[in-house]
Design a protein around this ligand. Structure first.
Ligand code: IDP
Ligand code: MG
Length: 173
């Protein structure tokens, strides 16, 4: 079984390639968004992340500058909700002092999917009950999604986001 979990195994035994690919060790970025911090959901979020069995390999409070916010969400810059999103992530709606939020990196098998699963769908009204967003997210009367946490959505985004928020030596090798 173990041999099939390696790339070489996948090449030698193509029918097991899918198993090998599904065993990828990934890193993913999680941000406790300002509503999550404001509502004291940081501990609960970490508890659920730890319960996945993934390993926390990076953690720090970061000042979300205008530049960092816009870079992080650059792929959404043409969306009508973009400016509101920048204000939200910078703490403008929740009075987060100096715009500081907690950023985390978790690592493990299929970490990206595993964290997305406990986070729930983007729209908190559509997120499954029991997920973090389904339990604690809301849409404000002005249409702002407050969905508690950010979680990287795919390997390309995860690599980009981890590198944007963390220096190499801030992550446990
Ligand atoms: P994700 O956070 O689940 O990956 P994205 O589509 O990458 O979802 O959007 C990033 C963030 O932008 C969301 O988490 C949410 O805060 C905000 N957002 C996405 N779609 C909407 C929308 O339709 N209205 C308001 N805010 C939105
Ligand atoms: Mg996303």
């Amino acid at each position: 079984m173990f041999i099939y979990q390696t790339i070489e195994g996948a090449k030698m035994f193509p029918k097991f390639a899918r198993i090998a690919l599904h065993m990828a060790i990934e890193q993913t970025l999680i941000l406790i968004k300002p509503d999550g911090a404001f509502r004291k959901l940081t501990g609960l979020t970490i508890d659920r992340l730890d319960a996945t069995g993934l390993e926390m390999v990076g953690a720090k409070m970061i000042c979300v500058t205008e530049r960092l916010a816009r870079e992080h969400y650059s792929s959404l810059s043409d969306k009508p909700f973009f400016e509101g999103l920048i204000k939200y992530i910078r703490g403008d709606y929740h009075g987060i002092k100096d715009n500081r939020i907690l950023a985390l990196v978790y690592r493990g098998e299929n970490a990206i999917k595993a964290v997305r699963a406990i986070a729930g769908a983007t729209n908190p009204e559509q997120a499954a009950p029991g997920t973090i967003r389904g339990s604690f997210g809301r849409i404000t009367t002005t249409g702002q999604f407050e969905n508690v946490i950010h979680a990287s959505s795919d390997p390309t985004d995860a690599a980009k986001e981890v590198a944007l928020w963390f220096k190499k030596d801030e992550i446990i090798p």
